[in-house]
Each structure stands twice: as structure tokens, then as C-alpha cells.
Design a protein around this ligand. Structure first.
Ligand code: PBG
Length: 338
């Protein structure tokens, strides 16, 4: 007679989950998800001038760089195997106006950065945001008229800016301003200008989040912003609406979809990956970075392990990649430990 040896086997019927966890080799064997350097997109902040590397106050370890320094950083990123950078300019305050007209200048900061990086480090992808907020005097992503962010006029300008960014060498246009109809308009404009190979990564589901604070300080829009962005970003309460928003972008021709912020919206990552099967990227935004760094600097958490765990969570949630300010740190750690 086989005797049940103990109370636990009475309950589990000998089904024991811990068998697969018993050694490093079994754990490796059954591991479902893995983060690699190929999953990382590095967002970077650019400032005018040369030889400038200045820290972003609420983002320890993140710098704003002049174009020459960005080129060096892009080379290091490429050497580590990071596939792409995403560039965000801190534009001279004197160049910002009500309509963000400087977004259309062929030689503005973001376009100058694209040209320099593509020339010096052709192997790294350059992803450019086409929202107007770095260029507007009020910090909004679109054109402000009579207290309203006007949709169609903004879309027209964003589509023109996208063509100018593509002319400068941008590989992927990433519109983050959440105007209706923008993906279709950008696709048509790019195609008409002969940029059939320039892709669109849609900030498809961008929420009206409180996690963007440190970013706004980094590009100098924090103090400028009048009101909030609730009339164009998605209400954090809404999941089904975000799937519908993404569906429109897919119809209009998006090549890749993005969910932003990241960790508080893993459910959206999963839903969107399941619904469309397109490549899905999460943006682990500035406030997410800041909170991990702050706790780590206080010695309250193990920052590096928390970083890796959050990045892996995005993979588990179905993401194909992550825009993260941790990209360089994570790439170095992956190069070291696999
Ligand atoms: C705006 C834009 C934002 C971010 C990137 N582009 C949000 C905002 O200022 O409203 C946030 C990125 C981050 O927080 O890391 N078009």
C-alpha cells in the first residue's frame, strides 16, 4: 500500500509546482519570457549647443545632450546592440510659439539630431516624435485656438512635420499627440513624398497620466503647460476605448503600436497585442523611471533587479519591445549576465 507521506500531498495529489523551480537549470529550462537587447528603444533628450551633457533633475542617470554628444551616445548604444533611439528636443524658448511653427523647420533641433546620428551611426534606428509640444509656447501637443486644441489643423501640420522629419532621415515617425485621423494623414503625406519605407509607430493608446512630469521638465514644457491634456489623451479609467483607439490606427496604416505609460497599463498591452497581432511597444515613462531610481537611491529597493523585473513584465504582457530610459543600463547588464 502506498502511503501518503504528508498533509501537503493529500492536498496537492503529488502535483508540486516547485519541482520545476528546484535548480537554476530547471528554471532556465522552463522560463517562458526573456528580455534581450533587441527589445530596447532608448529615449534621449537633446539640447541646442555643443559639448553639453546636463543631468535631468528628476531622472538621476539621464542627461540632456547636445547633438555632438548624442552622436557619441548613439554610437555606444549601437555598440551595445540597442536597435533604436527615440529623440526628444528641448527647443530654445524663443523658438516656441502658439502654433509650434518651428516644428516645420528643416534644420530644427530634432531634425539636426537625426541627420547627425544617421550620418555617423547609420546602423541605429532613429524614431522621431512628431507632436508639437516641444515647439509650442503653451506646452500642448497641438495648435491652441480659443482655449481649444484644434484637431484637423494640428493633423495637417503634424503630417507636414512628419515629411520633414523623414527628409532628415527619420526611420520611424512616432506621433504622440493623439489627434483623430493623424495616422492616415501622416501615411498619405509620407507616401506622397516618396517615403514609403518610413514606418509609423503610433502612440496609439496614450493616457492622460500623471507619470509624465519629469519628461516635461526635461524638454522644458512643465512650466509652460496651461491646463491639462484630457481633451486629447485617453482617460486612465478606459480600457475598451483604448482598444478602439488602437483599431483606428491599425486601419489608418500604423506599422507598430505603443502603449504609454507602461507598467500601470500592462492590461492594455495584453489586450492590444491579442486584438491586432501588430508589434506592440510599451513606453516606460519618465515618472516610472523616477520612482524606481528614487527608491533605489534611498536604498529601499534593489534598483537594478527592479529595473530588470519591470522590463521582463512588459515581455510577459505581450510587448515586442520597450521604450525605456533604462535602455543603456539594461543593455550593459544583459551583456554582462545574459
Ligand atoms: C508629449 C509627450 C509626452 C511624453 C513624450 N511625448 C507626454 C507629455 O508631455 O504630455 C512623455 C514621456 C515620458 O514621460 O517619459 N507629446
Amino acid at each position: 500500500m502506498t502511503a501518503r507521506t504528508n498533509i501537503v500531498d493529500e492536498i496537492t495529489g503529488h502535483r508540486r509546482m516547485r519541482r520545476n523551480r528546484k535548480a537554476d537549470w530547471t528554471r532556465r529550462l522552463v522560463q517562458e519570457n526573456r528580455l534581450t537587447v533587441d527589445d530596447l528603444i532608448w529615449p534621449v533628450f537633446i539640447v541646442p549647443g555643443s559639448n553639453i551633457v546636463e543631468p535631468v533633475s528628476a531622472m538621476p542617470g539621464v542627461d540632456r545632450m547636445s547633438v555632438d554628444k548624442l552622436v557619441e551616445a548613439a554610437r555606444q548604444a549601437a555598440d551595445l546592440g540597442i536597435p533604436a533611439i527615440a529623440t526628444f528636443p528641448n527647443v530654445d524658448i524663443g523658438l516656441r510659439d502658439e502654433t509650434g511653427s518651428h516644428s516645420l523647420a528643416a534644420d530644427n533641433l530634432i531634425n539636426a539630431a537625426t541627420r547627425a546620428v544617421k550620418k555617423a551611426v547609420p546602423g541605429i534606428g532613429v524614431i522621431t516624435d512628431v507632436a508639437l509640444d516641444p515647439f509650442t509656447s503653451h506646452g500642448h501637443d497641438g495648435i491652441l485656438r480659443g482655449g481649444e486644441i484644434v484637431n484637423d489643423e494640428t493633423v495637417e501640420q503634424v503630417a507636414r512635420a512628419a515629411v520633414i522629419q523623414a527628409d532628415a532621415g527619420s526611420d520611424i515617425i512616432a506621433p504622440s499627440e493623439m489627434m483623430d485621423g493623424r495616422i492616415g494623414a501622416i501615411r498619405r503625406a509620407l507616401d506622397a513624398a516618396g517615403h514609403q519605407n518610413v514606418g509609423i509607430m503610433s502612440y496609439a493608446t496614450k493616457f492622460a497620466s500623471a507619470f509624465y512630469g519629469p519628461y516635461r521638465d526635461a524638454i522644458g514644457t512643465g512650466g509652460l503647460l496651461k491646463g491639462d491634456k484630457k481633451t486629447y489623451y485617453i482617460d486612465p479609467a478606459n480600457g475598451t476605448e483604448s482598444v478602439r483607439e488602437a483599431a483606428l490606427d491599425v486601419e489608418e496604416g500604423a506599422d507598430m503600436l505603443m502603449v504609454k505609460p507602461g507598467l500601470p497599463y500592462l492590461d492594455i498591452c495584453w489586450r492590444i497585442k491579442e486584438a491586432f497581432g501588430l508589434p506592440v511597444f510599451a513606453y516606460q515613462v519618465s515618472g516610472e523611471y523616477a520612482q524606481i531610481k528614487a527608491a533605489a537611491l534611498n536604498g529601499w529597493i534593489d534598483g537594478e533587479n527592479v529595473m530588470m523585473e519591470t522590463l521582463l513584465s512588459f515581455k510577459r504582457a505581450g510587448c515586442d519591445g520597450i521604450l525605456t530610459y533604462f535602455a543603456m543600463d539594461a543593455a550593459r547588464r544583459l551583456a554582462r549576465d545574459g
